[in-house]
Design a protein around this ligand. Structure first.
Ligand SMILES: Cc1cc2nc3c(=O)[nH]c(=O)nc-3n(C[C@H](O)[C@H](O)[C@H](O)COP(=O)(O)OP(=O)(O)OC[C@H]3O[C@@H](n4cnc5c(N)ncnc54)[C@H](O)[C@@H]3O)c2cc1C
Length: 419
């Protein structure tokens, strides 16, 4: 986030929020929330739309004590909401624990990432919020409330769009720490996916496909495997793709130094599952992003639908990434009750040129049941978006009960959830 001019990470959203507070204690945060008419939490500011903006002030939990308390018997860790995944991962790993999966970048805050249903890839890996077993949040009257899986409405809370309160900590499922290695393959004809999408995505624990849509091929396939996992890929050509001979960056022209180690060298889970290393600006750096989550069985038709408009997509695209995400039960998760394929687009940083193409992509993917990523650029109509979430009304009911005055609402929630 650009602290001087109060913009999001990409610089395409200038926050209207009057100011940003960083309370150092939960007590201070409670007083702040209790005394505000309108207030919203801001994470690390990596969302590409106005979801984190506020008609009143914004508040960050990054200055709260960075606690990480591990209950090894229960395989959970209670962690401070403002920690980034980069910080959290190292703290867990020091104690011999890990998370099941990570997003492509570790720079994002835990609470902000979960709030928008951020995900990585993997047929058996749901989004990051699915690891949450409990949350503590400061609600509208300033009370600190704990919610756990034993509560009826729990599945509404991990993916909350910042609309239920300010999360101060979460309890996350953890697993014993592990090692991962990744290999990149290059030049896989797109038509291979017609008959082998499931095989390709099953080639590792987490698989990402990259295409620039300038030709009917995948420029790169990133395969992340657990140490000890039976290798389905080798040094030899694989489905006619060839193994990369050096480090690669998924965005053409990007420096491989910004990326996690490849070439099959094993390393810690948090040093391989994200594509990008914490000390570097991730991805293209100057960019916008959109992403659509569809039922996994629509993966191949969705790729064909985008291929039909490749000549419109390619000129404003840096790279497109295809991932798979396991279903979860979280009401506002785009993967709610459906194993999903994610079609992600890293665009050039030019909203005027990109928006018409975003709309075109949406027109192509809408018949297949696409739901946009909450934290990225989309033009899906509020009505279509609402209709695609069967538990949205229940979520609104929860908001109305716990925040009748709409303290945590903003223009984004008014637009997409309804007033
Ligand atoms: C380069 C790049 C790569 C990305 N890669 C991926 C990826 O691999 N997979 C993916 O799914 N997404 C990806 N994203 C999107 C990103 O994960 C989401 O935008 C995510 O929400 C960012 O987290 P944040 O901490 O920056 O949240 P913000 O953008 O700051 O906030 C997002 C939402 O979280 C809420 N929030 C934040 N903190 C709290 C809190 N303490 N309590 C309650 N609500 C809170 C805010 O109110 C807002 O509604 C990427 C983004 C970028 C810039």
């Amino acid at each position: 986030m650009d602290a001087g001019s109060r913009k999001n990470w990409a610089g395409n959203v200038t926050f209207r929020a009057a100011d940003l507070s960083r309370p150092a204690t939960v007590g201070q945060l409670q007083a702040l929330v209790a005394g505000a008419d309108r207030i919203r939490a801001l994470g690390s500011g990596h969302s590409f739309n106005d979801i984190a903006d506020s008609p009143g002030p914004q508040v960050s939990v990054e200055a709260l004590p960075p606690e990480v308390e591990i209950d090894s018997a229960a395989s959970v860790a209670r962690v401070a909401a403002g920690l980034t995944y980069a910080e959290l991962a190292v703290r867990l790993d020091e104690k011999g624990f890990a998370l099941r999966n990570l997003a492509s970048l570790p720079h994002i805050s835990m609470a902000g990432a979960c709030a928008t249903a951020t995900h990585g890839s993997g047929l058996a890996n749901p989004g990051l919020a699915a690891a949450v077993t409990g949350l503590e949040l400061v609600v509208a009257d300033g009370d600190l409330v704990a919610v756990g899986r034993e509560h009826d409405c729990f599945d509404a809370v991990p993916v909350n769009l910042g609309a239920l309160g300010v999360v101060t900590s979460a309890t996350l499922e953890v697993v014993p720490s592990y090692e991962v290695s990744q290999r990149v393959y290059e030049d896989l004809p797109l038509q291979v996916l017609d008959g082998h999408f499931a095989d390709v995505m099953a080639a590792g624990y987490s698989v990402s496909l990259f295409t620039d849509w300038r030709a009917p091929r995948l420029n790169q396939v990133w395969i992340k495997q657990l140490a000890g996992e039976t290798s389905k890929v080798t040094e030899a050509p694989w489905f006619t793709a060839t193994p990369a001979r050096g480090q690669r960056h998924p965005v053409p022209g990007g420096s491989p130094d910004a990326c996690t180690q490849q070439l099959g060298v094993p390393g810690r889970w948090y040093d391989r599952l994200p594509h990008f290393r914490p000390g570097f600006r991730p991805s293209g750096g100057a960019e916008l992003q959109s992403e659509y989550l569809l039922p996994i069985e629509c993966a191949v038709p969705a790729l064909h639908a985008v291929a039909e408009i490749a000549d419109r997509v390619a000129p404003v695209l840096q790279i497109c990434e295809v991932r798979v995400i396991a279903a979860d039960r979280l009401w506002l998760s785009p993967c709610y009750l459906r194993d999903s394929v994610g079609l992600h687009f890293t665009w050039v940083l030019n909203l005027d040129e990109v928006l018409p193409v975003v709309t075109l992509v949406e027109q192509q993917l809408a018949p297949l049941g696409a739901r946009p990523h909450w934290g990225k650029v989309f033009t899906t109509s509020p009505q279509a978006l609402r209709e695609s979430y069967p538990r949205l009304k229940d979520f609104l009911g929860l908001m109305a009960r716990h925040d009748p005055a709409g303290k945590f609402r903003n223009a984004f929630t008014d637009r997409y959830l309804g007033r």
